[in-house]
Ligand binder design. Structure first.
Ligand SMILES: Nc1ncnc2c1ncn2[C@@H]1O[C@H](COP(=O)(O)OP(=O)(O)O)[C@@H](O)[C@H]1O
Ligand SMILES: Cc1ncc(C[n+]2csc(CCOP(=O)(O)OP(=O)(O)O)c2C)c(N)n1
Ligand SMILES: [Mg+2]
Length: 366
């Protein structure tokens, strides 16, 4: 019998783990997955494989942003598949590019993970990245791999974008008299998170295919599935950000930390107060979160402070053609508030003139 190294566990069903592969082996498994997302023609001058990628900057400047997710802090493996994690990470980054009024042109993907992580997780994550990148018409141009201490999985995307000749839409341009509008959903991702936190799990029953109307129970399960799905894989609309910029948006942000906190960022940067319209929020968003699924008070809390929605929120001059004509092919802009001068001692964000309780998400608890 040879006295060479004996495999720790030679079982044929043992899952392949990062410790079983070299970096090259792993890259050979994931880089081809990204080929599914090739982006718009002309954006990528040199893709993955050299020391760095080369991405075109047609308008002469580059929009750059980055976002990180950490296992246990930003996702849980018992709630989210690796595909979900990759998909959401791309959306977070594309939403930041969109919120400047820019179009995404390239993504860099970094993974730092402990050696016992299953290779299948990394492959699933790459498929999620590729799926979302293809949906947003942007290519993966490179990235990095690193090891990490036991139990740690951390993923980062850096997104690049192009303003196509427009001025960036900053947080600081809101002026008294402007209207505040949101594109996309409000409170759905937060409501999905609340459901998970309260022990609900999707039943993935899919669309109703029985005879006649679905039962109330079936309808409720479908609504819950939808909210948990939005939490796992929110969507954003970069074309709508660019359209808002063309239509004269004065300030814009994507909703990552909740409406009150993110609108507050616009208000503080612009030196104004943003007054949210209770009736509009109730009619267009709170009412969409059925009381059979979660209590109305929780619906209000999630509409005002729920995070990770990645809808776009922008301010527009009151006569804006985009708000009047609603000709955005990716959905409508809902007016949910107005911009006022900010008096001394006044909060940055109010609801029908009154201070709002609850502030939204902060990683460090402040
Ligand atoms: N560690 C850091 N070093 C330098 N700049 C940072 C760091 N973290 C965040 N920023 C910058 O601070 C601003 C706000 O960041 P963040 O709250 O993460 O934005 P968002 O919510 O849009 O992702 C951004 O301009 C970002 O680039
Ligand atoms: C396990 C788990 N706990 C809590 C949350 C909720 N959560 C995590 S980060 C976040 C806010 C957004 O954070 P981030 O993506 O870092 O935002 P940004 O840097 O864009 O502000 C929220 C609501 C979650 N998604 N998963
Ligand atoms: Mg942002």
């Amino acid at each position: 019998m040879s006295d060479g190294p004996v495999p720790v566990d030679a079982s044929p069903t043992r899952p392949l783990r990062l410790r079983d592969l070299s970096e090259e082996d792993l890259l050979a498994r994931i880089v081809p997955v990204y080929a599914a997302a090739c982006g718009r023609e002309g954006d990528v001058l040199l893709g993955p494989g050299d020391d760095a990628a080369v991405v075109a900057a047609p308008s002469g400047s580059v929009v750059a942003t980055t976002d990180t997710m950490v296992l246990g802090h930003d996702w849980r493996d018992d709630w989210s598949s690796p595909q979900d994690v990759g998909d959401k990470l791309v959306t977070q980054n594309v939403a930041d590019v969109a919120a400047m009024g820019a179009r995404p042109t390239g993504l860099l993907v970094t993974l730092a993970a402990h050696q016992d992580l299953e290779v299948a997780w990394v492959e699933g994550f790459a498929h999620g990245i590729a799926r979302a990148a293809a949906a947003y018409d942007v290519a993966v141009v490179g990235g990095d791999l690193s090891g990490a201490p036991e139990g740690v999985v951390m993923v980062t995307v850096t997104a690049l974008g192009d303003l196509e000749g427009r001025e960036p839409v900053r947080r600081s341009g809101a002026r008294p008299g402007d209207l505040l509008a949101v594109h996309g959903s409000l409170g759905e991702s937060g409501a999905g998170w609340w459901l998970y936190e309260h022990g609900y799990r999707p039943d993935h029953a899919g669309p109703w295919s029985g005879d006649g109307e679905p039962t109330p129970q079936r309808r409720r399960a479908g609504a819950m599935d939808h909210l948990m799905w939005v939490h796992r894989t929110p969507v954003t609309h970069p074309g709508s950000g660019a359209l808002a910029a063309r239509a004269g948006a004065t300030a814009m942000i994507d909703l990552s930390d909740g409406l009150v906190r993110d609108a507050g960022r616009i208000a503080r940067a612009s030196g104004v107060r943003i007054d949210l319209d209770r009736e509009a929020l109730q009619r267009d968003f709170v009412a969409a979160l059925p009381v059979s699924v979660l209590p109305e008070q929780v619906a209000w809390q999630q509409v005002l402070t729920g995070g990770e929605e990645h809808s776009l929120v922008a301010t527009f001059p009151a006569g804006s053609s985009l708000l009047r004509d609603q000709d955005d092919p990716d959905g409508r802009w809902w007016v949910i508030g107005r911009v006022l001068p900010r008096g001394e001692e006044e909060p940055a964000v109010t609801l029908d003139g009154a201070a709002v309780s609850g502030q939204g998400w902060d990683h460090f608890g402040g």
